[in-house]
Write a protein that binds this ligand. Structure first.
Ligand code: NAD
Length: 440
């Protein structure tokens, strides 16, 4: 199938790079977003997310005339839906005493409905949003069928999960293997034809529900593996062990690969997607549910660690470094670092947070510092929550000259204990019962 024009709905971390990439490869692209601030910013030539290399590629696409942006879909050969699929914050499901989070599919529903007036015979529709199993056949297809066109016969319909890593999106969009699940083999073939425009990685065709499951399985596997690393960190502290050393030694085994513990699991994907399985089949998801619980509780473990390091938390001033859910991105969604800050404040601590990737972010109940120095000023302790590159390379001698704090707590194992100790800090590391060394 040949594509001259496509329409991408949802211009966030996934949709915007995807739309830009298609335009950069000669396809006419119309991008759609319901957020007027996003549309305004993009129409003015400025991207609203942090992604290396994207601004210049976007500018070229806009200048070439191949990329346009508005709030309404237009007729096209193909439609890609890349809208959010978070969990609901107010409502929960229950099964045999298990309380679980529920997927919020309103954005997928409304984006699909928005396509209805412009859907034509022969079109291809692709859902990219991470979605619960059977969303393509049970939610998207019935909505599109309201047009009187039949999914799989009059138009093609696919699910294709996105696996890119924020910070590396432009490279990974091209190089990663891609799975395309069609509601018919012909739909999958049409999906392959579209992504072959720029994808150099292998493209695998399958059915839509398998493709949905693949994506949730990938993120659930990571979640479960991080949960066990977090439990190992707790166990190591109980047994007087340094978990980082224990993990390094365990990973010398040729078939073992334990991930790193940390302050918890956040972001729009790993902390959300496993719930899609729990909601769809709680009777078969007990391990997945437990892993979610372990990771959701990890911020409490960090707070306990801070309490052990500095004693009574009430009125203690803490400089919290990093709010993003992972290193070197500006994405604060479901971030465990934010949860740690809220919990510390609940205990009476006064937290001043510094996030270099989102210095102007406004988060309810979080006191944001304007720069590192003002976060450190007057602090009693420094708490590292994200291993941003610029935090990894902080010089403890220079930090010591900017703050009276002499206690540092590293939840991500990037600061070298010897360096911090010789600069006068007691460095406490998450999962390390041996730090700080006792002679400090
Ligand atoms: N960010 C990632 O790293 C990543 C990786 C893989 C998969 N995903 C999945 O991709 C999907 C999109 O994620 P994202 O990170 O790009 O989200 P995002 O929040 O960055 O962007 C989504 C955009 O969609 C817009 N939107 C919401 N409803 C809309 C509608 N009805 N019509 C048009 N636009 C609408 C929002 O205004 C927003 O700008 C999610 O399902 C996510 O789980 C994300």
């Amino acid at each position: 199938m040949k594509f001259k024009k496509i329409c991408v709905l949802g211009l966030g971390y996934i949709g915007l790079p995807t739309a830009t990439m298609f335009a950069a490869h000669g396809i006419e692209v119309h991008g759609v977003d319901i957020n007027p601030r996003v549309v305004e910013s993009l129409q003015a030539g400025k991207i609203h997310i942090h992604e290396p290399g994207l601004q210049s590629l976007f500018e070229e696409a806009i200048k070439s005339g191949r990329l346009t942006v508005s709030s309404q879909p237009v007729e096209a050969d193909a439609f890609i839906i890349a809208v959010p699929t978070p969990f609901q914050h107010e409502k929960f499901g229950e099964h045999n005493g298990i309380r679980f989070k529920l997927a919020d599919m309103r954005a997928v529903t409304s984006a699909t409905e928005a396509i209805l007036p412009v859907l034509r015979k022969g079109n291809l529709v692709i859902l990219e949003s991470t979605s619960p199993p059977r969303t393509t056949v049970k939610l998207v297809a019935p909505i599109l069928t309201r047009s009187t066109l039949q999914a799989g016969t009059d138009f093609h319909l696919c699910y294709s999960p996105e696996r890119v890593l924020p910070g590396q999106i432009l490279r990974e969009l091209v190089d990663n293997a891609r799975v395309i699940g069609g509601i018919t083999p012909e739909s999958a073939r049409a999906g392959r034809d579209l992504y072959a425009t720029f994808v150099k990685g292998e493209i695998h065709e399958t059915d839509a529900t398998t493709a949905e499951m693949v994506k949730i399985m990938e993120n659930t596997t990571r979640d479960v593996n991080i949960a066990i690393a977090n439990e190992f960190a707790r166990l190591a502290e109980k047994f007087g062990v340094d978990v980082w050393e224990a993990i390094r030694l365990a990973n010398l085994h040729p078939r073992i690969n334990i991930l790193n513990p940390g302050p918890g699991v956040g972001g729009h994907c790993i902390s959300v997607d496993p719930w899609f399985f729990v909601e769809a089949a709680p009777e078969f998801s007990s391990l997945i549910y437990q892993a979610r619980k372990v990771n959701d509780e990890q911020p409490n473990f960090v707070v306990e660690k801070v309490r052990r390091a500095i004693g009574e938390l009430k009125n203690k001033k803490i400089a919290a470094l990093g709010l993003a859910y992972k290193p070197d991105v500006d994405d604060l969604r479901e971030s465990p670092a934010v949860e740690v800050i809220h919990l510390l404040q609940k205990e009476g601590a006064i937290v001043h947070a510094w996030e270099p990737f989102a210095p102007n972010a406004k988060l309810e109940g979080v006191d944001m510092a304007s720069d590192l120095d003002s976060a450190l000023k007057d602090a009693d302790a420094i708490l590292l929550l994200v291993s941003h590159s610029q935090f990894r390379t902080l010089n403890p001698v220079s930090i010591a000259s900017k703050t009276r704090a002499r206690i540092a707590i590293d939840t991500v194992n990037v600061w070298k204990p010897e360096q911090w100790q010789s600069a006068g800090f007691a460095l406490h590391r998450l999962g390390d019962a041996k730090s700080p060394v006792s002679n400090l």
